[in-house]
Design a binder for this molecule. Structure first.
Ligand code: HXC
Ligand code: NAP
Length: 285
C-alpha cells in the first residue's frame, strides 16, 4: 500500500551520510521514489558508485555519490561544497553514518573509543555545522534528520562509545531545535531498534545465537524492515511534519519498553504456571 503521494519530496535535495549501505541506502531509495534528488556519501568509493548506479537504474531520479570521511572537517566541507554545486542547494541533511561494535568496555583502547565517537558524534556535528552555516548565511530553511538509537536515551553496556556518542547526537538535535528554529531550520531524529543490516549485524550480532536473542527481545516478534524506517524518515523530512521539531521517534517494535517494564519478563510464564500463580496471588483475599 502506498502511504504517500509520489510527489511528497519533489524538488527536495537530500544529503545522506552513509547512504551507500543499509538503512541509509533504504532511505535514499525511498526518497528517490518520492521525487527527491539524493546525494550519498561514505568512505568507500566503489560501494557508493555501485549503490548510486543501482538506485538510478531501479528508482530513476538523480543520485550523486561523493567520497567523504565525516571524521575529517575538510572532507566534510568539500563534500557539502560538491553537493551544493551539483544540485544548487541542499534542503535536507540526514546524519546516518555510524560506527559501532560490541565489546566489554574495559577491553577498549582509546583508538577504539575515538573510532566510534569520531564517526557518530564528531561526524554528525561537522556535517550539521557545515550545512547549517550555509543555510543561515543564505537565509534558507532546512531540515536535519539524525539517526540515533533507542539506547541513546537509556544507555547500554557493551556498546558504550556508541551509547555516549548517540546521546550526544540527541542533545545536539534537541539543542539546535531551539537555537536554529528562528532560522527556519528544523531538527528531528529517529531511534531505530534492531534492523538486520549487514553493517550492524556483522558487528553487533555476529552469531546466530546473538541474533536470536536480539529477536526475542522484540514484543512484535520480528526485526524492523528497512522500508518501514525509510517511510518514517520520508514523513519526518517532508512538509507534512513541518511542526515536528526536536523530537526523536522510536521505531523498534516495542523493544526498549520490553526491557524497561519491571514485570515484562513474565511473558515467559506458561499458561499452567499462570494458573498456579493466580491461586497464590489470590491467597491474601
Ligand atoms: C574492539 C575494535 C573492534 C572490535 C575495531 N576496534 N573493531 N576493538 N572490538 N570489534 C579497534 C581497533 O583495534 C583499533 O584500535 C580501533 O578500534 C580503530 O579500528 P580501525 O579498524 O582502524 O577503525 P576504522 O577503520 O576507522 O573503522 C571504524 C569501526 C568499523 C567503527 C571500527 O567497525 C567501521 O568502519 N564501522 C562502520 C560501519 C558500522 O559500524 N556499522 C554499524 C552501525 S550499527 P587499536 O587500539 O587496536 O588501534 C549502529 C547501531 C546498532 O550503530 C544498534 C543495533 C540495535
Ligand atoms: P551500515 O550499513 O554499516 O551503515 C553505516 C554507514 O556509515 C555505511 O554506509 C558506512 O560507509 C558509513 N560510514 C561509516 N563511517 C563513516 C565515516 N567515517 N564517514 C562517512 N561514512 C561513514 O549500518 P546501518 O545498520 O545501516 O546503520 C545506519 C544508521 O542506523 C546508523 O546511524 C546506526 O547507528 C543506526 N542504527 C541502526 C540500527 C540497526 O539495527 N541496523 C539500530 C539502531 C540505529 P563506509 O564504511 O563506506 O564509510
Amino acid at each position: 500500500m502506498e502511504a504517500f503521494s509520489k510527489e511528497l519530496l519533489k524538488e527536495t535535495t537530500i544529503l545522506i551520510t552513509g547512504g551507500g549501505t543499509g538503512l541509509g541506502r533504504a532511505m535514499a531509495e525511498r526518497f528517490l521514489q518520492l521525487g527527491a534528488k539524493v546525494a550519498i556519501c561514505g568512505r568507500r568509493e566503489e560501494v557508493l558508485r555501485s549503490a548510486a548506479e543501482e538506485m538510478t537504474a531501479g528508482c530513476g531520479g538523480e543520485v550523486l555519490a561523493q567520497c567523504c570521511d565525516v571524521r575529517d572537517p575538510e572532507q566534510v566541507r568539500d563534500c557539502v561544497d560538491a553537493v551544493w554545486r551539483y544540485f544548487g542547494s541542499i534542503d535536507v541533511l540526514v546524519n546516518n553514518a555510524a560506527g559501532n561494535f560490541i565489546s566489554p568496555t574495559e577491553r577498549l583502547s582509546p583508538r577504539a573509543v575515538d573510532a566510534v565517537l569520531g564517526i557518530v558524534l564528531h561526524g554528525t556535528f561537522y556535517m550539521t555545522l557545515e550545512v547549517g552555516k550555509r543555510w543561515i548565511e543564505q537565509k534558507r530553511p532546512g531540515t536535519m534528520l539524525n539517526i540515533a538509537t533507542t539506547y541513546a536515551s537509556t544507555g547500554s553496556g557493551y556498546v558504550v562509545p556508541s551509547a555516549a556518542a548517540k546521546a550526544g547526537v540527541l542533545a545536539l538535535t534537541r539543542s539546535l531545535a531551539v537555537e536554529w528554529a528562528p532560522y527556519g531550520i528544523r531538527q528531528v531524529a529517529i531511534a531505530p531498534g534492531p534492523f538486520p543490516t549487514e553493517g550492524a549485524w556483522s558487528r553487533l550480532s555476529p552469531t546466530p545465537e546473538l541474533a536470536e536473542k536480539m529477536l526475542g527481545r522484540v514484543p512484535l516478534g520480528r526485526t524492523g524492515r528497512p522500508q518501514e524506517l525509510a517511510d518514517l524518515a520520508a514523513f519526518l523530512i517532508s512538509d507534512a511534519a513541518a511542526y515536528i521539531n526536536g523530537e526523536v521517534i522510536t521505531i523498534d517494535g516495542g523493544e526498549w519498553l520490553r526491557g524497561a517494564g519491571q514485570f515484562n519478563n513474565l511473558a515467559e510464564v506458561t499458561k499452567e504456571e499462570w494458573d498456579r500463580l493466580s491461586e497464590l496471588t489470590r491467597k491474601g483475599k
